[in-house]
Design a protein around this ligand. Structure first.
Ligand SMILES: C[S@@+](CC[C@H](N)C(=O)[O-])C[C@H]1O[C@@H](n2cnc3c(N)ncnc32)[C@H](O)[C@@H]1O
Ligand SMILES: O=[N+]([O-])c1ccc2c(c1)CN[C@@H](CO)C2
Length: 265
């Protein structure tokens, strides 16, 4: 069995609720201090989108999974958010949240925290309503295909966001770099890419699923962005403290990268 087909088989056992529990409840989703990883991620996103430099009609989120936290600052700057994931169970989780169905994951602590650090005194229900209104499409995607959506995105997106996807679905660094090049085709020239991901991670758990991850360091991320033709604008990293090493993965740290696709192709 090829490593890609082994990965695909692994994802058939991916449990969205377990994944959410492992990564988006305390101790990782502790909002009491910026030292915790979720506030750090939300601050990177809030500060980058607060510049106003990244805006336009469409932002595509690659490998959204069952999460929406990554879209909370972005959604103020785009008319349309396109979420994507490989698994129907994750797309369904997103649809249920977007519809406001009962029993979905409670993102309100995240929305309240983002409104607080954005400092505009915006009621969190307003932000929640805006994201739900702008989250217009939830599409299947496979980043290992040269056309990840199965057909070209026209017009191409003005911005691309991806969090913890590419390294979690690639068997090795070359596959990671290829996946990045594939998703770059969804982005217009001059468009911005905002990436969050795992550093030094080799596996993570999501219920019955144990997924392999290609361990990356900062250089791997920089080389892959360069190889895909991006100009790096910002790179930040976070070291996972012992208290947040809970056994659900072996992640060493988290990176945040903001890059831009040159205007001339
Ligand atoms: C670690 S989760 C990231 C979820 C979310 N973006 C976050 O920030 O937590 C990785 C996601 O990649 C998706 N995935 C798996 N194989 C994929 C593929 N070939 N192409 C795109 N996404 C894939 C999984 O379904 C899963 O939702
Ligand atoms: O600390 N975090 O906020 C956090 C969030 C999501 C994920 C991780 C860490 C590490 N594992 C990845 C899957 O490769 C998913």
């Amino acid at each position: 069995m090829s490593s890609l087909s082994a990965l695909r088989e692994g994802y058939e056992r991916f449990d969205p609720r377990a994944y959410l529990h492992n990564n988006y409840l305390p101790p990782r989703a502790d909002f009491s201090s910026e030292e915790f990883v979720v506030p750090w991620k939300l601050r990177c996103l809030a500060e980058t989108f607060a510049t106003g430099e990244i805006h336009g009609r469409t932002l595509i989120d690659v490998g959204s999974g069952p999460t929406i936290y990554q879209l909370l600052s972005a959604c103020d700057h785009f008319e349309e958010i396109v979420a994507t994931d490989y698994l129907a169970v994750n797309r369904e989780e997103l649809r249920r949240w977007a519809r406001g169905d009962p029993g979905t994951f409670d993102w309100s602590p995240f929305i309240q925290h983002v409104c607080k650090i954005e400092g505009r005194g915006e009621p969190w229900q307003e932000k929640e309503r805006r994201l739900r209104a702008r989250l217009r499409r939830i599409l299947p995607i496979d980043v290992h295909r040269s056309e990840p959506l199965g057909a070209p995105l026209r017009p191409r997106a003005d911005a691309l966001l991806s969090a913890f996807c590419l390294e979690a679905v690639s068997p090795d660094r070359a596959a990671f770099a290829r996946a990045l090049a594939h998703v770059s085709s969804l982005l217009r020239p001059g468009g911005h890419a905002v990436l969050l991901g795992a550093l030094g991670e080799s596996f993570y758990l999501a219920g019955a699923a144990r997924l392999p991850v290609v361990p990356l360091d900062e250089g791997d991320v920089r080389r892959a962005l360069d190889g895909a033709g991006f100009v790096l604008r910002q790179f930040r990293s976070y070291a996972m403290p012992a208290a947040l090493r809970t056994g659900v993965d072996d992640v060493d740290g988290v990176f945040f990268a903001h890059a831009q696709k040159p205007l001339e192709e």
